[in-house]
Write a protein that binds this ligand. Structure first.
Ligand SMILES: [Zn+2]
Length: 139
């Protein structure tokens, strides 16, 4: 059994209303958010969490909580697409032929067809594949 004072040093992960991880708070803060209805438990598996015992009651505090209100000031910002990070994500290999030479970034859905410059539309491609995919005309 965990001693209360140890439990109180634990932290809880806070997710935004739309399930994006935002920050960690200590367990006292998490309890306040839960009892005031500003957050709800977000436990994916049984047995996670911390049991906080007080003389009058036992509170089960999950390891993850989700805010029940929108927080406009702290909107999750996706960082802009960055060549170095795309290469790292794709393990420095062309996503079409696995070559690791003459790497460029390719838009899966071409920019000319309205493909966005976003993480899920940008892949690592060698120069050869990049120019080939660019030439493919979709029916
Ligand atoms: Zn290639």
């Amino acid at each position: 059994m965990t001693v209360v004072t140890d439990v109180l040093r634990q932290s809880v992960v806070v997710f935004s209303q739309n399930y994006l991880p935002m920050s960690r708070v200590n367990i006292k803060r998490a309890i306040v958010l839960l009892v005031t209805g500003k957050a709800q438990a977000l436990d994916f598996s049984i047995g996670n969490g911390h049991l906080v015992r007080s003389p009058s009651t036992n509170i089960h505090v999950p390891e993850q909580i989700r805010l029940t209100f929108g927080n406009r000031e702290r909107v999750w910002k996706v960082p802009p697409v960055n060549r170095r990070e795309v290469l790292r994500r794709d393990a420095h290999a062309c996503q079409y032929c696995c070559s690791n030479r003459h790497l460029t970034l390719d838009h899966v859905m071409p920019r000319s067809k309205g493909g966005p410059h976003t993480w899920d539309n940008v892949v690592t491609a060698c120069e050869g594949c990049n120019s080939r995919t660019g030439a493919i005309e979709l029916p």
